[in-house]
Design a protein around this ligand. Structure first.
Ligand SMILES: Cc1cc2nc3c(=O)[nH]c(=O)nc-3n(C[C@H](O)[C@H](O)[C@H](O)COP(=O)(O)OP(=O)(O)OC[C@H]3O[C@@H](n4cnc5c(N)ncnc54)[C@H](O)[C@@H]3O)c2cc1C
Length: 511
């Protein structure tokens, strides 16, 4: 990949980020090395976009690195800059991923050494800690910087009921932790259905739901009330044959999984913190949506969603599913909350579809994904302006942040409205988080915590997302580099002033 540099002159002229909505992704904003500010090449197309005035009104200013990072210590900036720089090195990430997935991890000595290295680099950058106490400290730090925390006990796939019970305890502790922290410092507790329902059962339930969508006469005796899970454009190729009904043990396990989710919802109501269910891949997502919607129907009341569903805008059916679920929820008088993401399982989705000989369920171009995300966001803002539902805009994409900020203002949605929240992952997209916060919006950071080995799948997804100079974090790397340079210059200036005899006199005189 060719390395391009953004000149200091150009960086100094960066206006507030005012890019049009249907242009390229944030990833293409700039390809830079944060350490090289001396070269002055011709600006490329992406760079030109940053300097060209646009007609979009904005109240987001992401160019003033001094203001953006005012509350971030130099040590933290240095560490973040170094880790994100490392993550952008494709060879390093390829090697790291190979090692993590290799049999080397079965040797305890190698495994310990690798996990230790991960702990002091990627884990520190992207995770809130290993224990609830460390997570609590992280929430307080994040809150001191003006953000709220989304508490994510980072357990993932589980095979059996005993594991699911243990994980539920972890989620319940997250809710209890949120109660012990400063009021409103925790915006959401996050849970994964894969941690409280055995993964094999999620596959079976998804198959059965898909088959019922194809054949509405197919009876599912265990099925609870739900919102629409599929649309005409949903991928149904995972289920090519009529699945066998659930065996009695499977029905019992499904009942147990439901009970776990209901217990978690009740705890969230009791401690007054909303619960967001993460989205995963399409092989199990129908069952996840089914769990989410059925519990939302039970617990979302009085204009206050307690259970939020996640919609992945990279899916071709995302728009329709969101519209249908929202419409049905409104007709039933159920306030529904959605977290909107683009989606993190791109390669596995495409690989599975091509293996089975079907088109990928993901939009054919990234432009379509961006358009879908922005449409879904606009739709939810309009619902909120009309007094229905709630949305979490979980994105690192500056255009989307810009669009939503402008549209929320146009629609007269108050910046402190509890129904509108922006969210970015901890350790990522700091510029956008600070920019949105400085513009007055509510911003959360997604804070996964748990033992390092448990968080590895999450870290692998982050490594994939941050790899390459054009990754999501490229803007952060530029701005952090600039801010570090500014602080270094200031330090040198102060030192040279102190070294001059006249300044020494002043210092002595002021003692
Ligand atoms: C708070 C929070 C919570 C999240 N929760 C979830 C979750 O529950 N489930 C989940 O799956 N993800 C989740 N994510 C991850 C999110 O999906 C990723 O961060 C996402 O990959 C990056 O999207 P972005 O909006 O930041 O956009 P950008 O920074 O613009 O990134 C766009 C990315 O989309 C990808 N992409 C999508 N469609 C296409 C296409 N058609 N062609 C090429 N590339 C494409 C590319 O890899 C590209 O890097 C969450 C993220 C946040 C911030």
């Amino acid at each position: 990949m060719a390395t391009k540099f953004l000149s200091p002159k150009l960086l100094n002229t960066l206006p507030p980020f005012t890019r049009f909505l249907s242009s390229a992704s944030t990833a293409s904003i700039a390809a830079v090395s944060p350490l090289n500010f001396d070269e002055k090449p011709e600006p490329n197309d992406a760079e030109k976009q940053l300097t060209e005035p646009t007609t979009a009104t904005t109240n987001l200013d992401l160019s003033d690195h001094q203001k953006l990072f005012a509350s971030v210590s130099t040590l933290k900036l240095l560490r973040s800059s170094a880790t994100l720089g490392l993550a952008s090195n494709e060879r390093f990430i390829d090697f790291g991923m190979w090692v993590m997935n290799s049999r080397l991890m079965e040797t305890s000595l190698v495994r310990d050494a690798i996990l230790k290295t991960v702990k002091h680099t990627f884990f520190q950058q992207f995770c809130a800690g290993e224990t609830t106490e460390e997570a609590a400290d992280c929430v307080r730090r994040v809150h001191d910087s003006g953000f709220r925390g989304m508490l994510v006990y980072a357990v993932e796939h589980t095979e059996d009921n005993a594991g699911c019970d243990r994980n539920l305890e972890g989620f319940i502790k997250s809710v209890e932790l949120s109660k012990s922290l400063p009021p409103s410092s925790v915006s959401f507790v996050i849970a994964k259905i894969t941690a409280i329902c055995p993964i094999g059962l999620l596959r079976r339930v998804s198959d059965l739901l898909r088959w019922q969508y194809k054949d509405p006469s197919f009876n599912l005796p265990w099925k609870l009330n739900t919102l629409p899970i599929f649309s005409d454009s949903s991928a149904l190729y995972h289920t090519l044959e009529k699945p066998a009904p659930l065996a009695s043990q499977e029905e019992l396990d499904l009942h147990l999984a439901h009970q776990r989710l209901l217990k978690l919802c009740q705890k969230c109501i009791q401690d007054n913190v909303p619960l967001t269910i993460d989205a995963e891949d399409t092989s199990i997502q129908p069952a996840i949506d089914y769990f989410t919607y059925s519990s939302a129907i039970m617990y979302n009341r009085d204009d206050k969603p307690i259970v939020y569903c996640t919609i992945q805008a990279y899916l071709k059916d995302a728009r329709e599913r969101l519209f249908m679920a929202t419409k049905t929820a409104e007709s039933l008088g159920i306030p529904m909350g959605f977290k909107l993401v683009r989606g993190a399982y791109m390669s596995s989705e495409s690989n599975l579809a091509s293996l089975l000989g079907y088109d990928s369920p993901i939009h054919n171009s990234i432009g379509e994904t961006h358009a879908c995300y922005n449409d879904c966001a606009s739709f939810m803002l309009e619902r909120i302006a009309d007094g229905y539902g709630a949305v979490v805009l979980a994105t690192h994409n500056i255009e989307s942040g810009q669009l939503v900020a402008s549209k929320a203002c146009d629609l007269g949605i108050r910046k402190g409205n509890q129904k509108l929240e922006f969210a970015q992952l901890y350790g990522m997209s700091e510029a956008l988080s600070f920019g949105l916060k400085n513009a007055g919006f509510q911003v959360s950071k997604y804070l996964p915590y748990g033992p390092v080995d448990m968080v590895v799948p999450y870290l692998l997804r982050r490594a994939e997302e941050n790899r390459g100079l054009l990754s999501t974090s490229s803007l952060d790397r530029i701005l952090m580099g600039k801010e570090l340079m500014r602080r270094q210059k200031k330090l040198q200036f102060t030192k040279s002033k102190m070294a001059s005899p006249s300044s020494i006199k002043v210092e002595i005189g002021t003692e």
